[in-house]
Design a protein around this ligand. Structure first.
Ligand code: FE
Length: 130
C-alpha cells in the first residue's frame, strides 16, 4: 500500500492539521523569498505530550520536473514531558516555521506535516516567476 494513500488534505479553515503555506504568488528569479508554514493557523492544534505536531517537511516541485526536492525538515521536539511526568514541562515547541529560498523556476511548494496520532497532512502553493 503506498504511503501517499495515508496523506490527507482538507480546507485549513475546517481542519486543524493542515499545514498553511504563506509565500508570495509571484517572485523575481533568484531573489530571497520568505516562506512560513503553520499548522493550526485557523483552529489551533493541541500541543501536549500525548498529542502534538512532530514535524513539517517542505518540498519544491519545479514545473515540468518529474521529481520533488526537499527544501527543509523542521522538527518540533518539546511537548511538556519531564521527569515529573507528561505535560509538566516549561517549554512547548509551536508548529510554525519561517524559512527563506531562492527560486530560478516557477513551481509548487508542498508542505507535509505529521501529527503523532492523526498522521500525515499536506497542502501546496504555487509560485510564479516574474
Ligand atoms: Fe492531531
Amino acid at each position: 500500500m503506498p504511503l501517499s494513500q495515508f496523506i490527507k488534505t482538507e480546507d485549513f479553515k475546517k481542519e486543524k492539521h493542515v499545514p498553511v503555506i504563506e509565500a508570495p504568488d509571484k517572485v523575481k528569479a533568484n531573489e530571497k523569498v520568505e516562506i512560513t508554514v503553520t499548522v493550526g493557523k485557523e483552529i489551533p492544534h493541541p500541543n501536549t505530550t500525548e498529542h502534538h505536531i512532530s514535524w513539517i517537511k517542505l518540498f519544491f516541485q519545479p514545473d515540468g520536473d518529474p521529481y520533488v526536492y526537499e527544501v527543509g525538515n523542521y522538527e518540533f521536539l518539546s511537548h511538556g514531558a519531564t521527569v515529573k511526568g507528561p505535560n509538566t514541562g516549561a517549554v512547548y515547541t509551536e508548529p510554525c516555521i519561517k524559512t527563506f529560498v531562492k527560486l530560478s523556476q516557477p513551481g509548487t511548494l508542498i508542505a507535509l506535516s505529521y501529527c503523532n496520532i492523526h498522521g500525515l497532512w499536506e497542502s501546496s502553493k504555487r509560485i510564479a516567476i516574474e
